[in-house]
Design a protein around this ligand. Structure first.
Ligand code: ATP
Length: 469
């Protein structure tokens, strides 16, 4: 693009909400100023002070209408080196083109509540919504986070870092066409960005082929309930999870192993819809989990490593509240709550406040909440956290029951013994990369390791256990 050349991409606000707002506000301003004008006309002596006052009133009117009009229309400008974003008087931002990793159409079904004028300028994590309508939306993905001035969801902080930006343009095709040659093959984060502390090739050298797939194990013949494709997540420049691909099938307990800081929780948050991947796809029951408005998230049960429950509710109240949030019928909630309280041996405590529970009991409540809707996929982060041996045995039995019902259980742990006894297949993640995946005995054979999962794990992950040095 020649130096002086600019491409202008308008964003005219077409939504009826804003138009109605404008058509309501402009006459009100006009009427108010008109009344003030009549007052001035009647009270002020004739002559130049009167004309001056009327001129001032008209200026105020035109300034107010002009400011409101700027909310109706805004234009993003593509210059030789930058993309200047503007949404009326609400947002201005400058993106250096080398930071643009990709542009694509997006179709958000829901986004944070717009303001009275129908405009959404708000950060949600590292995603910036800069929208005036739900149509003609473009997602701009950056190679690294940039600072923007926009409030964040649920906080008053005025600026923060974002890595993805959603904007409207009237002509999305032209916008993508102009930006694509610039982003080129940079769809993944810029390789020039310092990425990690990993010795080159460590992951690749130690990668073992997934024998379940290679040998055509029975589960590999079905359709996976859960499939991760090149899943990647950066925190700033730090790659917590990189290019992770795996499949988990119905009727399978899958162990996700890694040392502290390896990337297990980050991966699980991306699978459960809590943390947006930087790149890659999560397919749950064949559907893209990150597709806006997808209902598939309801079919995933999640047990976090730390229970996210209210101390001042009882277990029964918790289950009832969660059932209502899921819009389940009352009798089904009651029946399912009784069932789960019995399975988890919590009946005697069902009407006590959670504040009086041990951590193990709180995790049981978490498990009950995850199973309330009878989901097909159950994700458990750090299975062994807080359970004593008898409780762990009960929990294992419940998970095996779920597997026998044809459900998929995906559990992270760093306790090798539990994984070896309970899981049909395991994956090992090390410094954000998958380094092995398959049945324990086949992985041991492939790596020529005796003694089971623990020596295998230590051999593959080496002596360093912490991901970030
Ligand atoms: N919000 C965050 N911001 C920056 N870095 C983070 C953030 N969350 C996690 N990390 C880093 O990402 C890496 C992976 O963390 P993660 O919590 O996914 O590991 P983990 O395998 O679950 O560890 P643990 O078993 O100790 O819970 C770690 O180096 C961690 O320090």
């Amino acid at each position: 693009m020649p130096r002086d050349n600019k491409e202008i991409f308008t964003n005219s606000k077409k939504s009826t909400q804003l138009r109605q707002f404008m058509f309501g506000v402009i006459p009100i301003i006009f009427i108010e100023l008109f009344i003030v004008g009549i007052g001035i006309f009647l009270l002020m002596p004739k002559g130049w002070p009167l004309y001056l006052a009327i001129a001032a009133l008209l200026s105020v009117y035109f300034y107010a209408v002009g400011s409101l009009r700027s909310m109706l229309q805004s234009a993003h400008v593509l210059t030789e080196g930058e993309l200047l974003l503007r949404l009326g008087s609400r947002f201005k931002g400058r993106i250096p083109l080398p930071l643009v990793a990709g542009v694509e159409r997006a179709s958000p079904v829901s986004f944070p509540k717009p303001d009275i004028a129908g405009i959404t300028v708000v950060r949600d994590g590292d995603l910036l919504y800069c929208l005036s309508r739900a149509s003609d939306v473009i997602r701009i993905t950056l190679t690294k986070q940039i600072m923007v001035k926009a409030p964040t969801v649920g906080s008053r902080s005025k600026q923060g870092l974002v890595r993805e930006i959603l904007i409207n343009v009237d002509d999305p095709e032209r916008f993508i066409e102009k930006l694509t040659p610039i982003t080129g093959s940079k769809q993944q984060p810029d390789p020039g960005v310092p990425r990690n502390n990993i010795a080159p090739g460590v992951g690749e050298e130690r990668m073992l082929v997934d024998p379940a797939v290679k040998t055509g194990a029975p589960e590999a013949n079905g359709t996976p309930n859960l499939e991760l494709k090149n899943l990647t997540r950066y925190y700033g420049d730090y790659p917590a999870v990189q290019d992770l691909s795996l499949q988990v099938f119905p009727g399978e307990i899958f162990g996700f192993l890694g040392a502290n800081g390896a990337g297990k929780t980050t991966t699980i948050k991306m699978i459960t819809g809590l943390l947006r991947p930087t790149a890659g796809t999560v397919l749950a029951l064949g559907e893209d989990l990150w597709k806006p408005g997808t209902a598939v998230r309801r079919r995933i049960g999640y047990v976090p490593d730390t229970p996210l429950i209210y101390e001042r509710l009882t277990a029964r109240e918790h289950l009832t509240m969660a059932g209502c949030l899921y819009n389940l019928p009352q009798d089904r909630i009651r029946k399912r709550a009784e069932e789960l309280l019995a399975i988890l041996n919590l009946q005697d405590w069902a009407d006590q406040m959670i504040a009086t529970y041990s951590l193990g009991m709180q995790r049981k409540v978490s498990l009950a909440l995850a199973l309330l809707t009878d989901p097909e996929i159950i994700i458990v982060d750090e299975l062994t956290n807080a359970f004593d041996a008898p409780t762990l045995a009960d929990i294992k039995e419940i998970l095996i029951g779920l597997k026998n019902e044809g459900k998929t259980v995906f559990l992270s742990t760093h306790v090798m013994d539990v994984a070896e006894k309970l899981c049909d297949r395991v994956s090992i993640i090390h410094r954000g990369r998958l380094i092995a995946s398959g049945k324990v005995e086949e992985l041991c054979r492939a790596a020529e390791v005796d003694g089971g999962l623990e020596p295998l794990f230590l051999r593959l992950t080496g002596s360093q256990t912490k991901a970030r040095g």
